[in-house]
Design a binder for this molecule. Structure first.
Ligand code: TYD
Length: 221
């Protein structure tokens, strides 16, 4: 099962990834905990550039998708093929949200890159941590030095949030929306209970839904 975590910076998602990993390990499943951009040595180097160097939005989009291609081929696809649960902190929805929504970059170009890079591969489940931009901003201010995205204003994050919502509306069954304004323990309970609901369904259909290995016509792997 391929599970992704999404939301605007400051939504608090990362706290809950470890708890979800524990939940699966307690059920005797191998768990691969990873993140984007990143997850392989090359992709982590691309992450450094994307997070800290100014660049044009197409360049930025190409770099996040380049990192994703490496990550899919070297980590995600092999893990899914051996039956592991992959928990990924951000994936392609973040590209549509940040490069598409936040930066205003061409959505159709992103959709083409998505097909090139990942073929039919989509997460089986995406937790979307939803929080108003002003709440997220207050949380970010309290905890860390901002990178290129975290330093953006509230209007940027309002666009990011809208773009996440557009992705959700396009594929509603894939998403589980978590109200991330609540206290962390309440949010944590929500995540595990949504997971338990979904796992019931996935348990029955899991093998069939795992899908074929990555196979993108015209792109040698
Ligand atoms: P994040 O996942 O929030 O990590 P941390 O908690 O360590 O800050 O940071 C990744 C940043 O990268 C985040 O601001 C969103 C951005 N991003 C994109 O702009 N496009 C993408 O495709 C992805 C995966 C992330």
């Amino acid at each position: 099962m391929f599970i992704t975590f999404e939301g605007i910076d400051g939504a608090g998602k990362s706290t809950h990834l470890a708890a979800l990993a524990q939940w699966w390990r307690a059920r005797d499943r191998e768990v691969v905990l990873t993140r984007e951009p990143g997850g392989t040595p090359l992709a982590e180097r691309l992450r450094e550039m994307v997070l800290h160097e100014a660049m044009d939005p197409l360049t930025e989009s190409l770099l996040v998708f380049a990192a994703r291609r490496e990550h899919l081929l070297k980590v995600i696809e092999p893990a899914l093929a051996r039956g592991a649960v992959v928990l990924c902190d951000r994936f392609t929805d973040a590209t549509f949200a940040y490069q598409g929504g936040g930066r205003g970059f061409n959505w159709a170009v992103l959709a083409q890159l998505e097909t090139w890079v990942q073929g039919d591969r989509q997460p089986d489940l995406t937790f979307l941590f939803d929080v108003p931009p002003e709440v997220a901003q207050a949380r970010r201010a309290a905890v860390r030095q901002p990178d290129r995205f975290e330093a953006q204003d509230e209007a940027f994050f309002a666009r990011v949030r809208q773009a996440y919502e557009a992705r959700r509306q396009a594929q509603p069954l894939r998403f589980a929306v978590v109200d991330a304004t609540a206290a962390p323990d309440v949010v944590g309970t929500q995540v595990l209970s949504l997971m338990a609901d979904r796992a019931g369904v996935q348990g029955a259909e899991g093998a069939a839904r795992r899908g074929p290995p990555l196979d993108v016509p015209g792109v040698a792997s």
